[in-house]
Design a protein around this ligand. Structure first.
Ligand SMILES: Cc1cc2nc3c(=O)[nH]c(=O)nc-3n(C[C@H](O)[C@H](O)[C@H](O)COP(=O)(O)OP(=O)(O)OC[C@H]3O[C@@H](n4cnc5c(N)ncnc54)[C@H](O)[C@@H]3O)c2cc1C
Length: 326
């Protein structure tokens, strides 16, 4: 344990688009934010080559480059960006306590949680290989579907999100093959029916991925196996989409914050407020619907403004800054 406890007005956990946007707004509002980056500085976008849908980049930009620019923008206003992983919190008292790397203790007036949600993958070696190569494996149809226009793709999953993503892909791709492990969907009837009624979606029930096939650089197909008959066959495809859910990075907040059954932090609708005063949430950690960089950035802005107003209401000497609007 460290013997000196640091006091911080605004602590931001996470360095994705939500965290950095919160840092930009909080820094410009004189809140002297301290941001811990975690083990993935820059967040999920650092794992993608092309971001074409974030406003302001008409020619697109790589994920790592975009996140470096967001970091530089936050640092321009003197946000204190640090390495470190938040290992424990205690939100039970008036002062919000946070521990970094199990050692350093920080007492915070406000905390903004921007820890994101990680996509789940099947874990096959071939899937991970082409994911890392950026060669045709994706967990986000809205992000990457556009790159597969008029091509044939395979999607794995059986829930509402999988159906939503399969339907989204069907509007861009020539053919979508959907692999469903059981003999029925987990999705709601309305979503399943929509998929079943879409002409260019073929659904293979009782079917699992045996291997993602490729030429060493990019995906060329998927070997599937029928789990009733054990028969295998290959499907030609240039894209392999995994839609089997996300895991919000919120384990350390259990017991303090209200989480839904998947672990997403529950916020007061239309705000970034959690059930604990002075603790705010932004980005994918609270968003199981949109999960986009621009929505994460938008809610990062909301969290900083909510934190600023909370501080102003608590402490009459802290003036609500107008800088956020300049
Ligand atoms: C391959 C891929 C491609 C994508 N492409 C696009 C795209 O083209 N367009 C688009 O809009 N969206 C895209 N997305 C989605 C987008 O990346 C996310 O919606 C967005 O990054 C969410 O931002 P966030 O700030 O909420 O969290 P994240 O970006 O997930 O960042 C979470 C941050 O929290 C940190 N963290 C977590 N736990 C802790 C802890 N305990 N202590 C300290 N730090 C912690 C991590 O280190 C990380 O920095 C893509 C996602 C993926 C995976």
């Amino acid at each position: 344990m460290s013997d000196t406890i640091e006091k911080v007005k605004c602590l931001i956990i996470g360095s994705g688009p939500a965290g950095y946007t919160a840092a930009i707004y909080a820094a410009r509002a004189n809140m002297s934010p301290v941001l811990y980056q975690g083990t993935q500085p820059g967040g999920q976008l650092t794992t993608t080559n092309e971001v074409e849908n974030f406003p302001g980049y008409p020619d697109g930009i790589t994920g790592p480059e975009m996140m470096m620019q967001l970091q530089a923008q936050a640092q321009r206003f003197e946000a204190d960006i640090r390495d470190g992983w938040i290992t424990k919190v205690d939100f039970s008292g008036d002062v919000h306590k946070v521990w970094v790397n199990e050692e350093k203790e920080i007492h915070c007036d406000t905390v903004i949680i921007s820890t994101g949600a990680s996509a789940k993958y099947l874990g096959l070696d071939s899937e991970q290989k082409y994911l890392k190569l950026g060669g045709g494996v994706s967990a986000c149809a809205v992000c990457d579907g556009f790159f597969y226009r008029n091509q044939e793709v395979v999607i794995v999953g059986a829930g509402d999100s999988a159906c939503e993503e399969a339907h989204y892909l069907s509007k861009l791709c020539k053919k979508v093959t959907m692999l469903v492990r059981r003999d029925e969907f987990r999705a709601s009837k309305i979503m399943a029916t929509r998929v079943k009624n879409t002409e260019n979606i073929e659904i293979l029930f009782n079917t699992e991925t045996d291997e993602v096939l490729g030429d060493g650089q990019v995906v060329t197909g998927v070997r599937v196996v029928n789990n009733k008959t054990n028969e295998k066959h290959d499907i030609e495809a240039t894209g392999f989409f995994v839609a089997i859910g996300h895991k919000p990075n919120t384990d350390i907040f259990k017991g303090f914050l209200e989480l839904d059954e998947t672990g997403y932090i529950i916020n007061t609708p239309g705000t970034s407020k959690t059930n604990i005063e002075g603790v705010f949430v932004s980005g994918d950690a609270a968003d199981h619907v949109y999960r986009q960089a621009v929505t994460a950035a938008g809610t990062g802005c909301m969290a900083a403004l909510d934190a600023e107003r909370y501080l102003a209401a608590k402490d009459s000497t802290f003036e609500v800054s107008t800088s956020s609007y300049n």
